[in-house]
Design a protein around this ligand. Structure first.
Ligand code: ARG
Length: 490
């Protein structure tokens, strides 16, 4: 079941059946911190920071001296009036000073305003995606498109109705497709295709292109429409992803896995420091690798120390080849090394990978993609084949099933340690699991003939023990962060 009130990106949680026919236009936008209805003065001059008072506003620290009103008052009759006037002026001064101090001390967007990235600059929802750059870095105009569901439906955010709408295929072309992909954070060179998709769900509103509108801005050319003349909407693939050149090996023996074939898991990479394999990772674009934040913690955060190996099964062979150098490492800002909350990181390569049958990207899950409670998935890596064992010489893979968080959090399993940024997979009876050295590597599933990144290997108590399945970063929670960082670090 899908909920109606969801933020634009973090809305797809695992373990729920995908419902393609339910109306699911989403209200609102990612607005950073929201504050409960503060009092806002109605008339505020333009370009003056709009600060609203709240009962919790700290008292003024400075009070401006005010001139004595004594002269205009007669000593007796107006004494009390003067006194109250003085106090009023004094309090007003204090309140203004307080508001100014509070505005600069706190970093808040008041009322329904939306924050521009991480800055303390806010704009109103109607300024998002209206074709005009209102934020200092234009953040209000570059997160206006998203791909929805496993069929990659292109959706555009309407500032007018504060909702996401599919786009009519009428007059759409690859050039518009490329623009939308670049806006999401992809490189224009990876653009794959735009296709017409017949909509079966009861959408009531669409975005349509007005090709005669001047200018090049895609979003200025779009207008709301009750229907599409072609009856179909745009499906957009910004990269050819999720293709395995081998059918997945059905044998089920990482711990309890079996050796992989070349091209079977083409997104799997091995991450080295000096001449040692430390972690796994997944290719998502020619330049970007997803891994675990705990792999690049502390002294491991230096990009120049790492090498990335793609398209190789044997560790022995990696030692003989050069690998790819890393230009940048971005760890999730809210990663917590104690709880392993937000255990995800990005590596940007110094030079792009060349994709072929043995090297290729996995698909990032789109919002609105739901996985079954016990979705069949696969894990892969060069991790130990038993608890306390050495790194494997060759790439191994194993079939695992998602385990519902409520079950994984039960007292006899992980007793509440599983947060919403985590997802459990494996077997409560043990035997098959990821293990030391598999971290950062992929947990993938096949859906509509494509492979999707469901998680990144994060932690577990021991390996393959009874009631202690593997815990993975819940990728659906991280895609918004990933796109934002790809976009900001081109
Ligand atoms: N933290 C480990 C690593 O760095 C991965 C552990 C996975 N454990 C498990 N039982 N699934 O490689």
């Amino acid at each position: 079941m899908e909920s109606n009130l969801q933020p634009p990106y973090y809305e797809n949680y695992a373990y729920q059946p995908e419902n393609l026919t339910a109306p699911r236009l989403v209200n609102g936008f990612y607005v950073g911190q929201q504050y409960a209805s503060p009092y806002c003065p109605a008339t505020v001059p333009r370009y003056v920071p709009r600060a609203c008072t709240q009962p919790s506003a700290p008292a003024a620290t400075r009070v401006h001296p005010i001139s004595s009103p004594r002269k205009i008052c007669t000593p007796r009759v107006r004494k009390s009036l003067c006194l109250s006037l003085s106090i009023t002026i004094l309090l007003a001064g204090a309140a203004i000073a307080g508001i100014i101090v509070w505005y600069f001390v706190t970093d808040s967007c008041f009322g329904s305003k939306i924050r521009c990235g991480t800055l303390a600059v806010c704009v109103s929802p109607s300024q998002w995606c209206d074709g005009v750059n209102d934020c200092p870095n234009g953040e209000d105009e570059n997160r206006c498109v998203r791909l929805y569901g496993s069929r990659f439906l292109l959706e555009v955010y309407s500032s007018e109705s504060k909702d996401w709408y599919p786009v009519c295929y009428d007059d759409w072309n690859d050039s518009y497709g490329r623009t939308a992909c670049v806006d999401m954070g992809y490189n224009k060179d990876t653009y794959f295709k735009s296709t017409a998709t017949q909509l079966t769900s009861p959408f009531t509103s669409f975005m349509r292109l007005n090709t005669s509108a001047d200018g090049t801005d895609l979003y200025k050319k779009l207008y709301n429409s009750k229907q599409c003349s072609t009856g179909s909407v745009v499906s957009l693939q910004c990269i050819k992803c999720g293709l395995s050149s081998k059918n997945s090996n059905p044998r089920n023996r990482i711990v309890g896995g079996s050796a992989a074939a070349l091209g079977e898991w083409p997104w799997q990479v091995s991450l080295y420091i000096q001449r040692i394999h430390l972690c796994g990772g997944s290719i998502i674009t020619p330049e970007w690798i997803v891994t675990a934040a705990h792999c690049v913690e502390g002294s491991y955060s230096e990009p120049s120390h790492w090498s990335v190996y793609a398209g190789i099964l044997l560790q022995q062979e990696m030692l003989r080849s050069k690998g790819h150098k890393v230009a940048k490492i971005i760890s999730h800002p809210n990663y917590d090394s104690e709880t392993k909350n937000n255990d995800v990181a990005l590596m940007k390569l110094r030079s792009p990978l060349m994709f072929d049958d043995t090297i290729g990207p996995v698909c990032l899950p789109n919002p609105g993609m739901m996985f079954q409670p016990e979705q069949r998935c696969w894990i892969s890596g060069w991790g130990a084949q038993r608890q306390g064992g050495n790194t494997s010489k060759e790439l191994h893979a194993a079939k695992v099933y998602l385990i519902e968080s409520s079950r994984c959090n039960s007292r006899y399993v992980y007793n509440g340690l599983i947060l919403s940024t985590m997802i459990c997979a494996g077997y409560l009876e043990g035997r098959v699991d990821s293990c030391q050295g598999d971290s950062g590597g992929p947990l993938v599933t096949e859906k509509h003939a494509l492979w999707w990144l469901v998680g990144d290997t994060s932690w577990g108590t021991g390996c393959a023990s009874v009631n202690k399945p593997g815990v993975y970063g819940n990728m659906t929670q991280f895609t918004d962060w990933i796109y934002r960082n790809m976009q900001a670090n081109r």
